[in-house]
Design a protein around this ligand. Structure first.
Ligand code: PMV
Length: 319
């Protein structure tokens, strides 16, 4: 059997994180510049169920059997086997690598899950359609992250900009023209699960204030959708700035994120905000094409440990 490879992009949230967990809309886009990559090699001499998993980035080189039952790879492979109505997958070697930094708001976990699911189902001769891949990735997110909205697995599976409301079918967005971003990393790792829980705890103590903030964030996503459809990126930038202020009010920013957001705006970005769960991880700056080098350098000079430019292509402009 030939080797099989699969990859899935990272993602960033343009507007609406946290509020999306409570049923308000959010907008996310795939980040094609960073990917999770999976490679499968058949092991024709191996007994069924003999599966070796290698993920050098997390110092993992283990047989599936030796992994703890709660390990996300074990949960995922069991879920995939279940989808094939079998208890045991055939023997193979699974190699995972990723250029998406973990625990930093770029969808690393969901991208690895999607790439593994696609690779294994293709290897077994029945590539799952996107809706099955998405459902599996959402199940794994739920087991691993507690109460995810489902936005990460959706934008990564379908690899398209999405206007997303929890438990509703996704609505995909077509950009009028290319959208340019700089993504910059504070270097502070932050677990989505604990930040989402902290927001939940705080909102239970002050529900009217938090409900009002979630609602305002939801309105920003609605207006941002219109700006995207109109190609009005200058107004979209303003929406991102307003969204960042509301995320500060939710208590999920931090001095390092605020410094990077301010730096990007001072350097001429159209808009900037933290992206993802917050309290670390990455921020995004929306920029005009041509500003990449200057704004990226400003961010690196002001605390970012890494930064990269991304182009989200308009429909029909994928080269
Ligand atoms: O995985 P992250 O850090 O990009 O966070 C996802 C966005 C949240 O709204 C904070 C959580 C969720 O499940 O939507």
């Amino acid at each position: 059997m030939p080797a099989i490879s699969s990859k899935a992009p990272g993602k960033t949230i343009l507007t609406g994180e946290h509020a999306v967990v409570y049923g308000f809309p959010a907008i996310a886009v795939p980040l094609p510049e960073v990917t999770a990559n999976v490679h499968i090699l058949a092991n024709p001499l191996g007994a069924p169920g003999e599966i070796q998993i290698e993920a050098p980035a997390i110092q993992l080189n283990s047989s599936l059997r030796d992994l703890d039952d709660t390990h996300p790879f074990k949960l995922l492979l069991n879920r995939i086997a279940n989808e094939f109505s079998t208890n045991e997958l055939p023997s193979f070697h699974l190699k995972i690598s990723s250029s998406i930094p973990p625990a930093s708001g770029l969808g690393s976990g969901a991208a690895v899950t999607v790439a593994i699911t696609r690779a294994i189902s293709t290897f077994l001769g029945h590539p799952f359609p996107d809706d099955v891949v998405n459902a599996i990735a959402y199940d794994i997110e739920k087991q691993y992250h507690g109460t995810p909205s489902g936005i990460d697995n959706t934008v990564i599976t379908y690899n398209k900009p999405v206007y997303f409301i929890k438990d509703e079918p996704p609505s995909f967005l077509e950009l009028k023209s290319d959208l340019y971003l700089i993504v910059a990393d504070t270097g502070i790792r932050s677990e989505t699960k604990s930040v989402v829980q902290a927001v939940r705890d705080a909102s239970e103590h002050n529900s009217s204030r938090f409900d009002s903030i979630f609602k305002q964030i939801g309105i920003i996503s609605e207006t941002a959708k219109h700006f995207i459809e109109e190609g009005n990126y200058s107004h979209l930038g303003d929406a991102l700035i307003e969204n960042h202020h509301l995320l500060q009010e939710l208590g999920v920013s931090c001095p390092e994120l605020d410094t990077l957001v301010q730096t990007a705006l001072n350097a001429g970005a159209l808009g900037a905000k933290l992206s993802g769960a917050g309290r670390g991880g990455n921020m995004i700056a929306m920029i005009a094409n041509g500003q990449q080098d200057y704004i990226k350098q400003a961010l690196l000079d002001n605390g970012a440990i890494k930064a990269f430019a991304s182009r989200i292509p308009a429909k029909g402009n994928n080269e």
